[in-house]
Design a binder for this molecule. Structure first.
Ligand code: FPP
Length: 245
């Protein structure tokens, strides 16, 4: 069987299970999100160590505003404190930060922090870290279409692709969802057309380097056909091997 020959260059993650992690320990849900930040820090380091070029994570969805007010404000404060603490370290490690979503709906304080972090790390290139915040896949498609219409441009697959909030990256190779659920939850709807999906039962705070390696190893066994047949994919791989050897 032809297998995916290379490691994933772009990994996207739905970091699910923080609330359950906290509830099982009789802690407030925000404590789970705090632990989730630790897991994210570990995951960023693991991606740097494994030369993954792009990591995209779902930190706050357009629908998360409907959670209890205490949890929403907890997540906003967490974002502000995480930025203050982590951005200098991310910068030192060559991480380029992007915040992807409807940022205009955020408070001045939160938005200012995000924009500052983006500006401070814009020159880095070891790892692109996209943090989706007040993000929804349907929002992204609609905002891209609105942008094109306002500019008087034709709406085509190619023009929409270029107007998406993640136009600075190739599509994800691998999408990981933790927490034992099997849904995409309005994440990267456009960009995941041919992304390989991996679902883990681990709650996000428990997702460690070994779990990431298991996901990457699983991906390496996949045959990515992009709509072609298995025979065509094998033929193209043989042609590439012959011309390089
Ligand atoms: C889903 O778990 C997780 C979120 C809605 C938030 C994810 C946020 C983080 C990992 C922290 C990173 C945040 C910043 C500020 C960088 P859930 O709460 O739905 O868990 P549950 O399904 O167990 O209830």
């Amino acid at each position: 069987m032809t297998v995916s020959s290379s490691a994933p260059k772009h990994i996207a993650i739905v970091m699910d299970g923080n609330g359950r992690w906290a509830t099982r320990r009789f802690l407030p849900r925000v404590a789970g999100h705090r632990q989730g930040v630790e897991s994210l820090r570990r995951c960023v380091q693991a991606c740097l160590d494994r030369n993954v070029g792009v990591l995209t994570v779902f930190a706050f969805s357009s629908e998360n505003w409907d959670r209890p007010a205490e949890e929403v404000s907890g997540l906003m404060s967490l974002m502000v404190s995480v930025l203050a603490k982590e951005v200098p370290k991310l910068h030192a490690n060559g991480v380029q930060l992007h915040f992807v979503g409807e940022l205009s709906a955020l408070s001045e304080k939160v938005r200012g922090g995000l924009l500052q972090a983006e500006a401070a790390t814009a020159g880095n290139s070891r790892l692109v870290l996209n943090i989706c915040f007040n993000y929804g896949g349907r929002w992204d498609i609609a905002q891209a279409a609105r942008k094109l219409v306002a500019a008087g441009e034709a709406v085509t697959e190619r023009s929409l692709d270029g107007a998406m909030a993640l136009a600075h990256c190739a599509d994800p190779d691998l999408l990981i969802r933790t927490g034992g659920e099997f849904r995409i939850s309005n994440f990267l709807l456009w960009q995941c057309a041919y992304t390989e999906m991996y679902f883990s039962d681990k709650l996000w705070p428990e997702f460690d380097e070994a779990a990431l390696d298991a996901a990457i190893a699983d991906y390496a066994q996949r045959e990515r056909r992009f709509g072609k047949t298995s025979g065509q994919v094998a033929g193209a791989a043989n042609t590439r091997a012959a011309s390089s050897g």
